[in-house]
Design a protein. Sequence first.
Length: 481
Amino acid sequence: MTAPATPLILYNSLTRAPEPFRPIDPANVRVYSCGPTVYNYAHIGNLRAYVFTDTLSRVLRWKGWPLTHIINITDVGHLTSDADAGDDKMEAAARKSGRDIWAIARHYTDAFKRNLKDLGIAEPTRFPLATEHVPQMIDFAKTIESKHCYRLPDGLYFDVTTVPDYGRLARHQEDEGESRIDPVAGKRHPADFAIWRASAPGEQRQMEWDSPWGPGAPGWHLECSVMSKQYLGAQFDIHTGGIDHREIHHPNEIAQNQAHSCTPDSGANIWMHNNFLVDRTGKMSKSSGEFLTLQALMDRGFHPLAYRLMCLQAHYRSEMEFGWDGLAAAQVRLKRLVQTVEGLRTRADAPEKGDAASYRERLDVALSDDLATPRALPVLDEMLGDKKLSPGVRLAALADFDATLGLQLSTLTRADLRTRPKTATLGESDIEEQLVERRAARADKDFARSDAIRDTLLAAGVEVMDGDPLGWDWKPVLPEG
Ligand code: AMP
Ligand code: ZN
């Protein structure tokens, strides 16, 4: 089989242009993705960021590049504002809940990893924890201190005027920073940021380390410079994050990298950013405490891969609006795909006919164009429905789509997709029992009995689907959004 040979084009936020991807070392492509701050569950917007990085890493692997992929876990240092204002999110969560900060970090890290698994996101090479890299952060800071930093009573600050082009990634205007409301007194430039946050006298943080600048905790941006350098080298291939990181976090990482390497190099050849998932009802802010988790979708009877499909239907650089109707539509689309594949499976030993190479090529063309998943999905539909190809050929071709889109269509079954809402009172076997009884009633022309069973099921959130063209016996009634 020919390798997917279309040149891969990726949009580089640094140049604001699509660029051909040229690996530094084709035997080991290196990707770093900013990970979650584990003071709470990830919301489905955060998870969109990892569906995007997973698509990226799947496409890179599929196109023949072995990959080292790092997703860090921010378990210290991220303040309630991305600029240096407010409290440490982890410390604040611990204080509010009265729980041990380390236990909080562990709990939400595990929950995050479970989310990734449920979404079919391939495990990265490593999930390094910020708290396990504090000595390396202190060393990094010591290296850049004399030329690039200055001290204030509350810590060590980075002077952004000491590196070339500060804020090029964000396209900061010269005067923009000046007008920012500056929460830290004494900063030389409003965009200067904390490298080390010294604990206030008399204050005892739960997470605290000794340093040349007094006991305290590292500034948030430092961990990504340190961990990406440690695991991927000073200059690696791709750095990803949500679009919010293009404004503060990534420009600050770049400034630190430039200071440390004494070069104008940003640290990564390509910086990629996914756009936001928005929910007009305002339920997408972790700090407001009201937000949608993957578990909340599952509790309503949605399969996590329906959410993955919903994400793939939008291009990662487009804003995506969340709505229950959209999610329900994605779940129906996923069911149809599964139904089609199951149909093919029953006819898998029909004589082989046709060649699916052109579909592979079209998939490659779509994904190589800056991961255009919305264009890849119709290719999948067309391939599955192509009667010129025998079922076996179509099933074999599915492997390429599963490898890149991660929808697990080769193994997913209709039964998997019939997830029940948390509020469900009837189990699958109860439903089957009732349906058997109803079929018997209908055979006896006892329509009153059959209608009564239908109504009872409906009251329990199960809709009977007589004559469904896809052959489903029933579906869960999804609650209103
Ligand atoms: P955090 O846990 O806040 O550090 O965020 C984890 C990742 O989710 C980062 O890459 C963010 O940029 C990204 N992110 C945050 N909010 C959203 C959103 N609403 N939609 C998409 N990505 C987001
Ligand atoms: Zn980061």
